[in-house]
Design a protein around this ligand. Structure first.
Ligand code: ADP
Ligand code: MG
Length: 698
């Protein structure tokens, strides 16, 4: 008999009920029951004064007296209303049913304790159907505690598994002879983090003596959960590092040095230098680099990528850069061509629309090694694309590619090439460490000097004319403007129609010959797209009407106004990405968020966030709070969605502490061999076995 024993071992439980708990709540073992945490607690340890009550409070307990009782007629039947008063104010107690009985038994001007859900309506507080008890009666009973409320279902309740019965099951687990709730952490970690013991934590989380003890119990259990999660991430990463050897880029050679001293068009920011050093350390050692490079839009990731490629070429390797869209791949290709102007390095572009003849040439030169750098889209992943010796693969804008694609890149060689994943959708650092357990992380947290913050405003559709007016003023100063329409799904005719309508109204307002307008969208042929993009890049058109295809990467420093249509339909990170298209030159730039009049609360928060901050990390944090971690890339694999008590968004402090401890532990006892770490080792094995993750570590 232990925690892994099935529920049938619990005293007095019928097989029918065991089956119900399995089916309805997925509970199989005694341990499952322990981990079935209350959704909330009915807290009868706290008393409130009426003037302390605030809106949105749920359960409250108040001592006071009834000063008046009246029956109020309403459309259907009537309700009984009691005026309830303490020395700080009054509220109403309301009964819609059974008020005859209450009317007769309630005593006016006697001290009562009431408990219930607080309602706030028309500026007044009330409690419908409160629990109510004379103070004198309550004193006779036991002192109340915090009562747990467990998750339940209609079926469970109807089959007699009430809250009370459920509490009984949990109590049995604690009292069952033979069940031992073992400690899983070392005394060292328990003491230095001031944690309570595991057994006590489980008891207090189910039957807390006070809010304070509940908080301690929750902290301990969250800490433990996050600690083991982090421990496994760190172990996996370590295992990967020792298992896979990487190519060694031993020297910083001529290409790198020549470019760095003679052709670098600006000096690198400190952040860029630091990141380069981190990368260099990886590729110069025997380890295989698998690194995530985070940096806000415009922070200058491309040059870092480029220098890494030079490092590879210096050491006799090839390099590749993969972008999520054709437009972006073309843009990368042309900016790399410019950087390479005075260097004897070969560069090609491969996309879905590369002609067969060209494609074959590329294949040949890749295989005989005469091609140094290949830039492209998903087309790079095709099996026919084989390198002679690919040393580094750089993947831009990670959020468009999945983990599977990263792995495909690995298979292009005998040894996996070094992988550098670049993303402009920053993730809060603690979360990034959790999500990308298998990646190392570098951050460019500094923008090149001289950038002005983009001024962002929110305007309603009805003010469109003044927005047009503003666009004309800016164009008169020689600037260029983007007007972006949402395209949730490129095939949706509805979105497409919005775009075309918008385009027509812009062409009407900004007519030739004074104005030239470009349009780019997903349904155009790549050659037409490129033509239109180029006209805008060359300054031949002043306005670029586009769908979100320009979202990633496009670089036109002279564009200083970004108008986003139906901005309420975009997610925060998308808005931030779009805004990053302006503010790249020396001029003051603007972002105008146009919306309809009806906005959801969430949309309002998104718009407000955009207006108040330009900081990508801050924005990412809000985004995460709004959407939850489920929408973030990588969450599925990382297991953080299956946490039982911790919440990666709310518990980042605990997450950081737990990670620190896990790291410290592995640094001092990497295989958990020291006797004082026995508890941890045993629990870790137990968890690995139950998750089927065992092979990762051993
Ligand atoms: P992102 O990180 O969004 O990919 P880019 O690499 O496209 O940013 O860089 C944005 C712009 O900033 C480019 O025009 C680039 O040439 C310029 N840039 C990058 N690093 C620096 C720097 N250290 N000093 C000045 N300009 C820089
Ligand atoms: Mg970029």
């Amino acid at each position: 008999m232990n925690l892994q024993s099935p529920l049938t071992y619990i005293k007095g439980i019928s097989t029918a009920r065991v089956k119900l708990l399995q089916e309805e709540l997925g509970l199989y073992t005694c341990e499952d029951l322990l981990y079935c945490f209350p959704n909330r607690y009915i807290d009868k340890t706290q008393f409130y004064k009426i003037n302390q009550l605030v809106d949105n409070q749920s359960d409250v307990q108040i001592v006071g007296r009834i000063t008046a009782l009246k029956t109020v007629q309403q459309k259907k039947g009537s309700r009984l209303v009691a005026t309830f008063q303490d020395d700080t104010g009054t509220i109403e107690l309301v009964w819609f049913r059974g008020h005859k009985w209450f009317r007769e038994s309630l005593k006016v001007n006697q001290p009562y304790i009431v408990f219930g859900r607080l309602n706030f309506f028309n500026g007044k507080f009330s409690i419908p159907h409160p629990e109510i008890e004379l103070v004198s009666d309550q004193k006779k009973g036991l002192q109340p505690k915090m009562k747990p409320v467990y998750p339940s279902t209609e079926k469970l309740t109807s089959k007699g598994i009430s809250q009370k019965v459920f509490r009984g099951f949990i109590t049995s687990v604690f009292h069952q002879v033979g069940i031992e709730i073992k400690e899983t952490l070392s005394s060292e970690i328990i003491n230095s983090n001031q944690l309570i013991l595991r057994k006590k934590a489980f008891f207090q989380v189910h039957f807390p003596d006070s809010p304070n003890e509940l908080a301690q119990a929750q902290y301990r259990l969250k800490f433990e959960e996050l600690f083991f999660l982090q421990l496994q991430f760190l172990q996996t990463k370590e295992a990967r590092k020792t298992k896979y050897k990487g190519y060694v880029f031993e020297s910083v050679g001529d290409y790198f040095n020549t470019f760095y001293t003679n052709h670098l068009p600006f000096s690198l920011t400190d952040a860029q230098k630091r990141v380069l050093k981190e990368i260099r350390k990886d590729v110069a050692s025997q380890t295989h680099m698998n690194r995530l490079l985070q940096g806000d839009v415009g922070s200058g990731k491309t040059i870092v990528a480029f220098l890494c490629m030079l490092l590879a070429i210096d050491n006799g390797f090839q390099a590749t850069l993969m972008a999520p869209t054709e437009v972006l791949a073309m843009q990368h290709y042309s900016s790399l061509s410019k950087l390479l102007e005075k260097m004897p390095i070969t560069l090609e572009l491969l996309t879905g629309s590369t002609k067969t003849k060209k494609r074959n040439e590329i294949h040949t030169s890749l295989q005989n090694g005469s091609l140094h750098i290949l830039v492209g889209t998903h087309a790079l992943l095709e099996d026919t694309v084989q390198f002679k010796n690919l040393g580094i693969a750089i993947i831009d804008e990670q959020h468009r590619f999945g983990v599977a694609q990263r792995f495909k890149m690995w298979k292009k060689n005998t040894l996996p090439p070094h992988i550098l994943v670049m993303t402009a959708t920053p993730i809060p650092r603690t979360l990034a460490m959790t999500l990308y357990g298998d990646l190392d992380i570098s951050v460019i947290d500094e923008l090149p000097p001289g950038r002005k913050e983009v001024k962002t405003v929110h305007r309603y559709d009805t003010n469109r004319l003044s927005v047009f007016h503003f666009m004309k003023q800016e164009i008169a100063k020689g600037r260029q403007v983007y007007v972006v329409y949402p395209l949730i799904n490129e095939s949706e005719a509805f979105d497409y129609k919005d775009l075309m309508d918008g385009y027509e109204s812009i062409v009407r307002e900004f007519s030739t010959p004074t104005y030239q307008v470009s349009i780019v969208h997903g349904q155009m042929k790549p050659a037409d797209k490129e033509f239109e993009m180029q006209r805008f890049i060359d300054g031949k058109t002043q306005i670029m009407v586009a769908t979100t295809v320009i979202e990633v990467g496009v670089n036109v420093p002279n564009a200083s106004v970004m108008v986003i249509e139906s901005a309420e339909r975009f997610g925060l990170s998308q808005l931030h990405q779009l805004r990053g298209r302006v503010g790249r030159g020396a001029d003051q730039s603007y972002c105008i968020l146009l919306t309809g009049n009806k906005l959801s609360n969430e949309a309002k928060t998104r718009l407000e966030t955009m207006v108040t901050t330009n900081d990508g990390f801050e924005i990412a944090e809000v985004d995460l709070k709004l959407r939850g971690p489920g929408n973030l890339m990588g969450t599925q694999q990382s297991g953080i969605l299956h946490l039982k008590i911790a919440d990666v968004v709310k518990d980042t402090f605990i997450l950081t502490e737990a990670r620190k401890e896990a790291k410290k532990l592995l640094d001092s006892d990497s295989d958990l061999l020291k006797p004082e770490n026995n508890n941890i080792k045993n629990r870790n094995i137990e968890l690995l076995q139950s998750s089927g993750n065992w092979s990762n570590i051993s």
